[in-house]
Design a protein around this ligand. Structure first.
Ligand code: SF4
Ligand code: SF4
Length: 62
């Protein structure tokens, strides 16, 4: 299972990843993006490919 990790220091809350994610995993909360539905992440990598700040990493978990 994969899940995204947000680097809050880099995130500009632009919302691109929120719009890109096909699973509704991410939402803007205040001035940063939050992982609101981690279990729905399918590890597609689209969010981190689209983030202009390089603020998203994905980690693999069992
Ligand atoms: S695309 Fe990157 S900078 Fe924009 S809200 Fe998502 S994590 Fe933050
Ligand atoms: S890896 Fe895919 S499913 Fe997971 S948060 Fe990013 S865009 Fe959404």
């Amino acid at each position: 299972m994969s899940r995204p990790i947000i680097n809050a220091d880099e995130c500009q809350a632009c919302g691109i990843c929120v719009d890109t994610c096909p699973q509704g995993v991410l939402e803007i909360e205040g001035d940063v993006v939050a992982v609101v539905d981690e279990d729905s992440c399918i590890g597609c990598g689209e969010c981190l490919e689209e983030c202009p700040m390089g603020a998203i990493e994905e980690i693999e978990e069992d």
